[in-house]
Design a binder for this molecule. Sequence first.
Ligand code: NDP
Length: 359
Amino acid sequence: MNVTRREFGRLTALGVAAQFAPALNAQSGKKIGYAVIGLGRIADHFMRGALLTGNSAITGLVSGHRDKADKIAAQYNVPQGSIYSYENFDEIAKNPAIDAVYVALPNSMHAEYTIRAAKAGKHVLCEKPMALNVAECESMIAACKVANVKLMIAYRCHYEPIQLKAIDLIRTGKLGKVQVIESAYGFNEDAGEWRLDKKLAGGGPLYDVGIYCLNACRYLTGEEPTDFSAYASVVDHDGRFDTVEENLVWTMKFPSGAVASCSTTYGAPMDGYFRVHGSKGLLECTSAFGYENVRLRGFYSGTRIDESETTPDPYQFQAEADHFSNCILMNKEPQSPGEEGLRDLTYITRIYRSAGIPI
Ligand code: NDP
């Protein structure tokens, strides 16, 4: 999707245009070297995305499985001496090829590895949800401040062109006053996954995928929710949901009076979407939180819109890596800093409280 000069100006004003400024990152041609911590599914997308940028490289790996790390090291030309285990991880401090880490571990490990990376003097790109709770988020932010390193939460949708288009249309008033938002995201989770273990995940689908709906309602409106009401349930009593919820629905109210209704599940395939009803139109985004095929349809102020992103995965990870590396190179604050992850954890806590789930 092309962004015109006028659109770029508006996005800049909204603080969401940095990813469209690749020319800015050139500087001395220096690439930010990332050590990837936890070589699972999302790490694979990130590493492929980073490779497509002009400012990022994979220069270290951290894994509990040396055989897997060796194979990936060969793919990305990572030297054997830059492969670490969780035990000797702190030695990255001595590796000048590693500027930053990408934390792609189960949620319960985000705080520990962010803080250890900061103490090693490395910038941190941490996956969502930022951590298990507000206290952990606060200690991560504090550790990065003390170490004078940058902290970004990997909210890839903040760097996705179709989402940016929706933000622009809404925040510049094309849709009129936002009245109601609906959003959902979920999937059928397999037994045995760490996501079903509260100790590792923090909670159920709200932590994992419902967080996309929560975050979207916030970035679409530019408002922070003030009131919450929620219900959680378990339909499948098959052992998967002994420690986390299966379904969760919640409503939120924003200062303008706009209200949002969101759903998430680990018990059914649920394509991620949001629908924004404004006084002058409607925007519906489908595959909204997927890795590709994001589509925005609707109408506003007499105009019809139907735009799809055709760039294949891993374009969102490319944009995310490009943005963070640029921030490091240019000494700028990321568009999705630790404070953004902290806000979501604050709201997740309130949603769980409303649903009667201890956190
Ligand atoms: P995976 O289970 O695929 O990978 C996690 C990796 O962490 C494992 O491969 C393993 O790597 C390492 N690990 C260390 N300790 C454990 C443990 N006790 N149990 C399981 N794995 C462990 O998870 P995902 O990649 O799907 O998720 C990782 C993080 O990324 C989560 O926080 C998740 O919320 C987030 N995520 C973000 C997405 C996005 O689009 N932004 C999408 C999907 C996930 P090794 O074997 O190398 O030690």
